[in-house]
Design a protein around this ligand. Structure first.
Ligand code: AMP
Length: 484
């Protein structure tokens, strides 16, 4: 995933080249090779890139270079020279970590700011000069309201994962923040997709931007072995527990659609003797940090996460991703499986699909232009009735899709999927070990910004259908937290 040019070719300062060498990077990634020279020239930038492409170094390295080169006459306390806005606490922490890693041989200072934690240490930190502030929009506005931060000295603004910020309803907060910034500044906008909304935002914020786009790593799906197991919803928890225990996976990221579903699954896996933790917006910051570091250091085998919580998690070379439920938006599937197969490593993505998700599966297959292999799970025998239900759903989908879109390949009908085998006479009965009450279909919650962050004020078109499908009302009570 790297390029043939070197970091030195990009004209970065020696202090940065030293830090880069210490991280072990041998060459810039494509987004870095394209973005760094543009940013160093001082122009605005619109970049299509997502987590895993090396985008963070793509903007932090040239920013560190520029800030180091242009020493301000006087650095005011609490008045950052660069503001990096990100949608989630995790991403904020990760970007700040990158700033520190790459900037360790410079004299530049940085600070991280997000909600859900005591504001006082942040106020104390703002009493000193800060070069780079990495913040979520909600908590930043709290500081602006309390006049504990001064945005009048911002020379460079970064909107990181701008698409996700819009998705999470941060547009009004972003506009308020923009109004507090000096007119004369450099603007960098990173987004996984260029939707009309992003284009409109870019149009309002960027000035004659250079555009760079890297092929999302997850279009390189060849690196990821994808498999579907057809299984009804109420057997999924037992099945995934079985798969993880039997396969001996040591690090698996499991996606659920809902926070409640994430909790229930993690609880079940812990009950079955696995080390598992859930991570989502209702968790306290310390619980999330603990879960993530346990997952990274190998003491937690299974991390169960919602899309928003998982977005931006910087975990290298994740070997295994499981979709406990398919996402409602096909692109989210691509983001999810893109967490494996990073930096040229191969990965595997397994999806548990129930008969109500066949349509979602077909939408995904159309997007990735590939049929995902349906495979029975060895040693697991779902009831014969499920096989019939899946056959029916697949047939209905075949009939529903216009000619030319079948199976994502023009004019071709999809081969009949390997239906789950009928229950073997002597095989274990599925669901027998299921605790009472688990037969219900999972409650689907929409994701909301983490506690302590501002609640989403505007509802994106993507969120509305999710909520409609789940019957969830806005402001519904939060799911119980899993203690882990
Ligand atoms: P990002 O897309 O910024 O989240 O980065 C994804 C991962 O790629 C992070 O773990 C980085 O440490 C790593 N990375 C960034 N740049 C490079 C590079 N030039 N060579 C190898 N790995 C890199």
């Amino acid at each position: 995933m790297t390029t043939s040019i070197s970091f030195a070719d990009l004209g970065l300062a020696d202090s940065l080249l030293r830090a880069i060498a210490e991280t072990g990077y041998t060459a810039p990634t494509p987004i870095q090779a394209q973005a760094i020279p543009l940013v160093l020239k001082g122009g605005d930038l619109l970049a299509a890139a997502q987590t895993g492409t090396g985008k963070t170094a793509g903007f932090t390295l040239p920013i560190l270079h520029l800030l180091q080169a242009r020493k301000p006459a006087a650095r005011k306390p609490g008045a950052p020279r660069c503001l990096i806005l990100t949608p989630t606490r995790e991403l904020t922490a990760q970007v700040a970590e990158s700033v520190q890693t790459y900037g360790k041989h410079t004299r530049l200072s940085s600070m991280v700011m997000f909600g859900g934690v005591n504001i006082n240490p942040q106020i104390a930190a703002l009493k000193k000069p800060v070069d780079i502030l990495v913040a979520t929009p909600g908590r930043l506005l709290d500081h602006c309201g309390q006049k504990t931060v001064d945005l009048s000295a911002v020379e460079i603004l970064v909107l990181d994962e701008a698409d996700r910020m819009l998705d999470m309803g941060f547009i009004r907060d972003i506009r308020k923040i923009l109004a507090l910034l000096p007119k004369q500044r450099q603007n960098l906008l990173f987004s996984a997709t260029f939707s009309d909304e992003i284009r409109a935002l870019a149009h309002g914020v960027l000035n004659n931007p250079g555009e760079v786009s890297v092929t999302p790593r997850n279009t390189a799906t060849e690196l990821v072995t994808q498999t579907v197991h057809l299984v009804e919803q109420h057997h999924k928890r037992d099945l995934i527990s079985h798969i993880i225990r039997e396969s001996g996976w040591h690090q698996v990221l499991v996606f659920t659609r809902t926070k409640h579903g994430a909790n229930r699954l993690a609880e079940k896996l812990v009950k079955d003797g696995l080390t598992a933790a859930a991570i989502h917006g209702n968790k306290s910051q310390s619980a999330r940090t603990r879960a993530l570091s346990g997952f990274k250091d190998g003491s937690v085998t299974v991390l169960v996460a919602t899309d928003i919580a998982a977005r931006g998690l910087d975990i290298d070379q994740l070997p295994q991703v499981v979709n406990f439920e398919l996402p409602n938006v096909p692109e989210d599937y691509v983001h999810r499986i893109g967490r494996t197969g990073r930096a040229g490593a191969t990965g595997a993505a397994v999806s548990l699909v129930d008969s109500s998700e066949i349509k979602l599966l077909r939408d995904i297959e159309r997007l990735i232009k590939k049929t995902i292999e349906r495979k029975p799970v060895e040693g697991w025998t779902p009831p014969a009735t499920s096989a019939a239900a899946f056959e029916r759903q697949e047939r209905d989908e075949d009939n529903r899709q216009p000619r030319g879109h079948r199976n994502g390949r023009s004019g071709e009908r999809r081969a009949r999927p390997a239906a789950p085998p009928a229950r073997a006479a002597a095989g274990p009965k599925p669901g027998l070990a299921r605790p009472a009450g688990e037969a219900r279909h999972g409650v689907r919650e929409g994701e909301r910004p983490a506690s302590g962050e501002r609640p989403a004020r505007a509802e994106s078109p993507r969120q509305a259908p999710r909520r409609a499908e789940s019957g969830q009302r806005r402001g519904a009570p939060r799911a119980a937290l899993l203690s882990k």
